[in-house]
Design a protein around this ligand. Sequence first.
Ligand SMILES: [Zn+2]
Length: 361
Amino acid sequence: MSLKKLVEISNFYGQNEDVVLAGGGNTSFKDKDFLYIKGSGTTLATITESGFVKMDRQKLAKMWERSYSEDTAKREAQVLADLMDARIDKDKRPSVETSLHDLFEQSYVVHTHPALVNGLTCGADGERIAKELFGEDVIWIGPTMPGYVLAATVKEKIDNLKKNGIVANMLFMANHGVFVAGNTEEEIANLMNMIFDKLSSMVKRKPDLTPVEKDAYTSVFKKVLGQEVALFECNREILNFVENEESFLKVHSAYTPDHMVYYKHKAMFLKNGEDIKSAVEKFENKYGFLPKVIGLEKTGIIVLEESEKAAKIAAKLFCDTVKIAVYAESFGGGVFMPDWLIDFIANWEVESYRKSQSSSL
Ligand SMILES: [Zn+2]
């Protein structure tokens, strides 16, 4: 039974933190009639057969014949309604990336957001290097609005390759991650290994995550800001980035949507001796939310959250940002998501649904 294999593949990659963090990434299996896609709010590390949503592929294909509204919000609502209608399992919600999975003709699709890969996808020279490493026909998608526009862009690329007799099996998405597709477990493993090997060979400097002990004034933050949890985190690489305001600019914004899901799109920087309360007020006035991650000059970071669990996940995601920033040095230097994309995602209902599901797990 191939759904069983899909569970194995999903658990295997899901349990490797170099590949998958928190609720990120998704996988699927398809036959002629049905697509089984990871349900929204499940995690690959622990997913079982019941975590996948069975979808009607004929209905998914019909979506391409429909014309949707020009208005973004209306269009995404219509697309979501059709996606929901294509479910065989009516009580579950499929991953937001379902349409992308269905576009690949292979049986298995694995989509992940590994830090090493995102060093490439967030790198200023990422596209050029991807083509050098993986061939001219590798699919590269620049920063694109998620949802229907993204799926349509991918469809066009896959269809174009098909016209030239090429079956797409690998796709890199700028500021997001990678898709690999194969008909067997081995094909998936070979592609994943090839990508990791080739990218590793390009890396000139690896992130140094050796923990560093520091005295942090966490209680002060809890008191001043009234947050439940203030978690302190420091390692050698974080120290490099909190050296001063300028070095923090390489990690202060969002490289991928994942980071926004867990700590929003901006981290604050606090200089030594600066008044916490007024600095936070200034930040809140500018960005419209309280900072979840604060870089403390020459000290480390403080994560402010409502629960220990949420704080730990946000800290992990900030460390992911740090890793991406370091890996991206080998691919032309890190480039954050463009502002228009950050604004769009910040206002998108589907991502907030993912967050609410993930944190309730
Ligand atoms: Zn993704």
